[in-house]
Ligand binder design. Sequence first.
Ligand SMILES: Nc1ncnc2c1ncn2[C@@H]1O[C@H](COP(=O)(O)OP(=O)(O)OP(=O)(O)O)[C@@H](O)[C@H]1O
Length: 360
Amino acid sequence: MSLSRLSITSFRNILTADLNAGSGLNLIYGKNGSGKTSILEAIFFLGMGRSFRSHLSQRVINTDADNLVLFAQLEEDDEQTKIGLRRHRNGDIEVKINGEKVKKLSVLAETIPIQVITPESFSLLFEGPKARRQFIDWGAFHSDPQFYQAWVNTRRILKQRNQLLRNQASYSQIQFWDKELVRYAEQVTKIRNHYVDSLNALLKGIIKEFLPLVDINVSFTRGWDSKTEFSQLLENQYPRDLSTGHTVSGPHKADLRLRVGNLPAQDALSRGQLKLLVCALRIAQGKLLKQQLNKNSIYLVDDLPSELDAQHRQLLLKQLTETGAQIFVTAIEPSAIVDSLTCPPDRMFHVEHGQVTFIE
Ligand SMILES: Nc1ncnc2c1ncn2[C@@H]1O[C@H](COP(=O)(O)OP(=O)(O)OP(=O)(O)O)[C@@H](O)[C@H]1O
């Protein structure tokens, strides 16, 4: 899977741009504020219907426009897929795949599996468990078709349960929902657990190359005490849930634990090492998807050179290119990437004041 054509209209400072991308490494370079990240953000927006930089999607629409328009042509084997997206300032979003209107944005994510590595990717480790859970769920979503609906159902029931708790409902009223909650929560947990197990096998090899001297351990925690059945836990914790007004433990608290010896990874590793660990996690995800579904991810790597020395830059680019996936990399100076590659980039684009130029 690769994106052969990308057309951007009224996205941040890009008024119009047309890129014919290569199926390998695409280098996007330009000065600060020129619009490099905006190109990656536009690709991400096409895959997710939202930005990776801002929760407020209207912020990505160019200040002088009412809506933004994105179009992409994807190639997989001999098949072509055309995706069009229009996002209005009032929040309306229209998506078409091969001319057909699409209602659920999850169809976009299924069509374009996207991996993002940005200088902010550390948040995967530093922020609360939400970002790490999203990391697991990206893989669970792609690797098991049952996951999405099971997770949607879990969240829906949790919401209803929490509403009842806030209304001081009796345990017998809550119990009705708990039966269904347990069923979906167990399904979600099983898929997540299985996914992290499969990922670990690949991850070990990648981490060994990136951080050979560090003993990193990655494990899955399901969101409640490992010795107690979920149904029992819900019953035991009812008084506490009632007093807090929400379900304290459950699959919505699942996490990925990253440890170096006895310490959390963020306390034991330098910033550069943390960046490499995040990259290793993302590369492992891409490789696993390729193994499981023979589907390539698209990697968006913003400001790749930052925080990395020349040796690790080289190593990261080697690992990324070896995945066989299409890669979009940004840098201020092209030499920061070109000098770390064993062969020239597939395509190069220069960005200046939102204008994108293909460099022959
Ligand atoms: N909605 C918008 N409308 C118009 N311009 C915008 C909008 N949002 C952001 N910008 C501008 O678009 C520019 C593009 O920023 P972007 O982050 O893509 O640059 P960059 O090349 O990645 O820079 P850096 O190297 O500093 O990360 C910025 O100058 C920003 O002020």
